[in-house]
Design a protein around this ligand. Sequence first.
Ligand SMILES: [Fe+2]
Length: 177
Amino acid sequence: MRPLNIGLSEEQRNGVIQLLNSDLADAYLLLIKTKKYHWDVVGPQFRTLHQLLEEHYQALTESIDAIAERVRALGGYPLGTAESFLKSASLKEHPGDLPNGNLMVERLASDHEQVIRNFRQHVDQCSEEFHDEGTADFLTGLMEQHEEMNWMLRSFLEGESLQPSGGRESANDLAGV
Ligand SMILES: [Fe+2]
C-alpha cells in the first residue's frame, strides 16, 4: 500500500497509535470485568445491575471496535492478544473473588474514573504533542461516554444521599450512627 499522507509524521502517528493501543487494552479489561459482574451479580438489585452492566458492556464493545479501527486508519495495528492487553492496561483484575453488588459497582466506577483520567491525558498529548486533533476529538467523545457510565454506576451506590448543597452524606451519618 502507498504511504499514508495525512499531514502527520510517522513519529506522530506512532505516538498516537501507542496511546490508542493502551486505551484499547483498558477498554478490553473493563469489558471483561463488566461482563463477569453481569454474570455473577446476585441479590435484590439483580435485575437492575444485570441489565445496566449489559448496556455498559455493549457500549464498551462498540468503543473497542472504534479504537481498534482508528489505529488501522492511522496506519497501525491494534493489539489483539489477551497477553498484550494485560501488559498494556492500566486497570487491574481481581481474580477469584465474588464481591457483592455494591462492591462490584464501586470497582467498576473506580475503573471508569481511571480510564477517564487516561483519556484526559491522552487528549492533551494527541493535540499538543502529536498535533492529531482528530484523535483528540475521538478520545474526547469516548471520555464523555465513560463519564456517563460512571455517573450511572455512582448513582446506583447505596449509602449516599444528596444534600441540598449538592454534597453527599452517608446513610450512617443521616441515621446518626
Ligand atoms: Fe447476558
